[in-house]
Design a binder for this molecule. Structure first.
Ligand SMILES: Cc1ncc(C[n+]2csc(CCOP(=O)(O)OP(=O)(O)O)c2C)c(N)n1
Length: 275
């Protein structure tokens, strides 16, 4: 069996990348590139729409078209791109601060609208680029530069949010299992409608060291141990309180995407005009 390398989709001129040692962003780039190769997509017909932050720099490392936008607004720009040219494959790259905190409202409505976009949201549990402030996914009681005595807030479950808002495809994986992650991204791109893949990833410079995980490998172990299947999660007592979270595919449905519905409405206008 031939395994994808993803190399046709990786912009080698931009390497080495700018991320810290042990960061999961490189694994996620590779996972996306392999998914694109397996789907045999033409890089000229793909647009990577990124927000701002460490993960927001990811569009630099692909051979595809790129649109580097503003913090929290990548989904709005991506909706414009897809609306203008439905032939394009649009992949949205957002951090947790980007996609769930400042941009949470856009996430809700992108899922509800069910436009054919694939959001790859790298959750490193804090605002990485600006110094490790708490975000909407920072676990309760975790230490960050803005919660030095522990986070008094509770974290949001991005996947549940996307599911109830109406996304066609929702999954979560960790960077500790890159091939599984790539498979989910491939499924997400193949699904016509709004898809969200949450990538649980280590911030080895800020979040890890503040939370008793001084070395990158300790964060990877944490992700691998705590990320469990839905079946295992449901069997564990006090799973959420003990820091376990579900990984796997949560939603894979075929509700009509926005552009398909829009064409139906447009044909009504045509019918009216012909009457
Ligand atoms: C509108 C706006 N608000 C705030 C900022 C400052 N800012 C830049 S990156 C960033 C944090 C990014 O965190 P996240 O989205 O989680 O991505 P990460 O860096 O962790 O990959 C912030 C607050 C900005 N550039 N624009």
């Amino acid at each position: 069996m031939k395994y994808a390398t993803g190399m046709d989709y990786i912009r080698t001129q931009s390497l080495p990348h700018m991320w810290c040692a042990g960061c999961g962003n490189g694994i996620t780039v590779k996972a996306i590139a392999c998914a694109l190769e397996n789907l045999r997509l033409d890089p000229r017909k793909i647009v990577m729409v990124s927000g701002i932050g460490c993960w927001g720099k990811a569009d630099d490392y692909f051979t595809c078209n790129a649109l580097h936008t503003t913090h929290g607004r990548a989904l709005a720009y991506a909706s414009g791109v897809k609306g203008a040219n439905p032939e394009l494959t649009v992949i949205v790259l957002m951090g947790d601060g980007d996609g769930t905190t400042i941009g949470g409202n856009h996430l809700l409505h992108a899922a509800r609208r069910n436009m054919d976009l694939t959001a790859v949201l790298v959750n490193n549990y804090n605002y990485g680029m600006t110094g490790g402030q708490a975000s909407a996914t920072t676990p309760h009681d975790a230490l960050t530069s803005t919660s030095v005595l522990g986070n008094p807030e509770r974290s949001i479950d991005v996947c549940s949010l996307a599911e109830v808002a109406g996304a066609n495809y929702v999954a979560r994986e960790t960077v500790a299992q890159g091939m599984r992650l790539s498979k989910r991204i491939q499924e997400a791109i193949a699904n016509k409608g709004f898809s969200l893949v949450e990538v649980a990833s280590p911030c080895t410079t800020l979040f890890g060291p503040k939370n008793k995980m001084k070395r990158p490998v300790e964060m990877l172990r944490w992700l691998r141990e705590k990320g469990v299947s839905s079946a295992r999660f449901d069997k564990l007592e006090n799973a959420a309180e003990l820091g376990y979270f579900k990984v796997g595919k949560f939603v894979d449905r075929q509700a009509p995407d926005f552009n398909t519905s829009y064409e139906v409405m447009r044909s009504r206008l045509q019918q009216k005009e012909e009457q």
